[in-house]
Design a protein around this ligand. Structure first.
Ligand SMILES: [Zn+2]
Length: 221
């Protein structure tokens, strides 16, 4: 989609939605944002958080990166956007839910299994970033091997979601709130091909249709 089209679409948004919801938008400024959910997902353009959850401005605090990775808490690490977004959402905005949303056909998860030349200067940060999921790659290989690439990639995508949830628990602020029962963490697996959504059931250790999570109120607010 060209920038010209984006601007034309924006013009429509401004004259229609912004006009019709002017009080709502003004209220978000006067009373500030109070999102209940931190939504961590992949930068992939085919994953559209507000679109798939039918949410409005102010509903989701979104942190996106390649592969929906959560770097483990490390007080000595260099500044990084995702940990900063997590800390702000949890400790400043007091979100009640954190969703880690991975997806099918994830290029980041696939590329963990491809040999990207380490000396490719144009991919310097991508190569460094993908190292956050080295352990996911190893777990997926141990789990299903590499005979069936499709199975290997989908297993990697799912194990990646589980791994990133575990990484979230390394953040003291999150650990504390989970113990208090004031924050809930959920893993979602979104199917690009048909819009299906599954969630990770940590007791059954499997991904189930999202509707089933509504039967278990302990998984969300
Ligand atoms: Zn992805």
């Amino acid at each position: 989609m060209s920038t010209k089209t984006l601007i034309e679409n924006y013009t429509k948004f401004k004259s229609e939605y912004a006009q019709e919801h002017s009080d709502f938008l003004q209220d978000l400024v006067e009373n500030g944002q109070h999102p209940k959910t931190l939504f961590i997902t992949c930068s992939d353009s085919r994953v559209a958080p507000n679109f798939i959850t039918q949410t409005q401005p102010g509903d989701l605090f979104i942190a996106r990166n390649i592969g929906n990775f959560v770097p483990p808490f490390d007080p000595n690490s260099e500044a990084s956007a995702t940990p900063a977004a997590i800390e702000y959402a949890v400790s400043a905005l007091n979100v009640e839910n954190i969703i880690v949303c991975g997806h099918t056909e994830c290029g980041a998860c696939k590329s963990l299994h491809l040999d990207i030349p380490e000396d490719n200067i144009e991919m310097t940060n991508v190569i460094k970033w993908l190292k956050f999921a080295d352990s996911v790659k190893d777990k997926a290989l141990a789990c299903v091997g590499k005979k069936d690439p499709k199975l290997l990639y989908s297993t990697t995508e799912k194990l990646n979601i589980i791994e990133q949830i575990e990484n979230l628990l390394t953040y003291p602020a999150i650990q504390k709130r989970i113990e208090e029962g004031t924050i809930f963490v959920q893993g979602w697996y979104y199917h690009l091909e048909n819009g299906d959504l599954e969630y990770y059931d940590h007791i059954k250790n499997e991904f189930l249709p999202i509707e089933k999570s509504l039967e278990n109120p302990k998984t969300h607010t």
